[in-house]
Design a protein around this ligand. Structure first.
Ligand code: SF4
Length: 387
């Protein structure tokens, strides 16, 4: 049986963060966040979520028969805010997945969760459903920074959620952090890192804020003070320094984990494994064919897929290199040869020599990987592999 990963998209959030251009719709708090605001939720919004869950279950049951020769090794509920679903809705989705796919016994099952959107009962129910990993979007431990980017929570709310998750029995938790936030300083970021390390999550992701065109933060960027390029660099280096000291290892450009706690699902993307995306706008890649579900809710109802695209051999080689090199373990020269029937030197010999000469790339033990300097300028180093 071949390995398969499932990505399940839940496109609802309490409200939109000011920097967000992901496919998600604000639906109010469904009674979980700031309970005093519960009266503001429109019944139609709740109905929308219920309808969506039903549609999603339909899609899972419809697509699964094509994957009888696959075994699901990881599931990732992303969004949006998947933890906004009720426990029962999450359970219904898990039930249809289990009934439709062959599941590996040790499958990694992650739910993205925003602080304040889960309670004790919901977390306990997750565990009962087999969900064994939580990814909590903290972004910063500084309440001013959180407010400036429009997050729904403060640090205290995150702490409550984190502690509830531990009490419920979660032994594999990721915490998402962000750098380059408006008003963020080296001192505030150091405090964020120290506070998070003290909690000792198994995994920490640290991405830098990208100002996406059209988002409120992009439109009003003149109203904010962002760290300048040097300050941003300082934050970037601080992430690695502090997390290494705290016992994490960096296994991907922006991801750190305790030994054995790397995110199995995300590694499938970087190593070009097969993944099936289910839900609004979800992307898939199976056997070098890519496709996407429609992003329009009205079109999703029909379960028609957007156009399929078979990757050319050249595109496959490019992806093999620039995704694989994001991992600190790099890429295997033998695996390149097995996959494409030519040596990596035949295709990339010149690029490799140049990058090795510039001390951005190392060749060792049959593998190629970025040097610390290559990681620092990874955009440039990885772009060199576009043929
Ligand atoms: S929680 Fe995530 S998906 Fe939802 S609005 Fe904020 S950044 Fe976007």
């Amino acid at each position: 049986m071949r390995d398969l990963s499932l990505y399940i998209h839940i496109p609802f959030c309490v409200r939109k963060c000011l920097y967000c251009d992901f496919l998600s719709f604000p639906v109010g708090d469904r009674n979980y966040v700031n309970r005093q605001r519960a009266g503001n939720i429109k019944p139609t919004e709740i109905q929308d979520i219920k309808n969506y869950v039903n549609l999603l279950r339909g899609e899972i049951a419809l697509r699964a028969p094509q994957y009888k020769k696959y075994r699901v090794i990881s599931i990732f509920f992303g969004g949006g805010t998947p933890s906004l679903l009720s426990a029962e809705e999450m359970g219904e989705i898990m039930d249809v997945i289990r009934a439709s796919f062959v599941m590996a016994e040790d499958a990694e099952i992650t739910v993205e969760c925003n602080p304040g959107t889960v309670d004790r009962e919901k977390l306990a129910y997750y565990i009962t459903c087999g969900i064994n990993r939580l990814s909590i979007g903290l972004q910063s431990a500084d309440d001013g920074e959180l407010a400036r980017i429009g997050r729904i929570h403060d640090y205290e709310t995150f702490l409550r959620t984190y502690r509830l998750a531990r009490e419920a029995g979660f032994r594999n938790i990721n915490v998402d952090l962000m750098t380059a936030l408006p008003g963020q300083t080296a001192a505030s970021y150091q405090r964020t890192l120290a506070q998070v390390c003290a909690l000792s999550p198994e995994h920490i992701s640290a991405y830098s804020l990208i100002l996406e065109e059209g988002t409120p933060l992009y439109v009003n960027q003149g109203d904010y003070v962002f760290p300048d390029e040097d300050e941003e660099r300082e934050l970037y280096y601080m992430t690695e320094r502090v997390l290494l000291e705290a016992g994490y290892h960096r296994y991907e450009i922006s991801n750190y984990a305790r030994e054995g706690r790397e995110c199995r699902h995300n590694k499938v993307y970087w190593q070009r494994g097969d993944y099936l995306g289910l839900g609004l706008g979800a992307a898939s890649m199976i056997g070098n064919v890519r496709w996407k579900n429609p992003e329009e809710p009205a079109a999703y109802h029909t379960y028609r897929l957007c156009e399929r695209q078979s990757l050319t051999r050249q595109e496959q080689m490019e992806e093999f290199m620039f995704l694989g090199l994001r991992l600190m373990e790099g890429v295997s020269e033998a695996a390149f040869h097995d996959t494409f029937g030519v040596s990596v030197d035949e295709v990339y010999g010149e690029v490799i020599s140049r990058l090795v000469g510039q001390r951005l790339l190392v060749r060792k033990g049959g593998r190629l990987f970025l040097t610390p300097r290559g990681i620092d300028v990874s955009n440039v180093a990885l772009a060199a592999f576009l043929l």
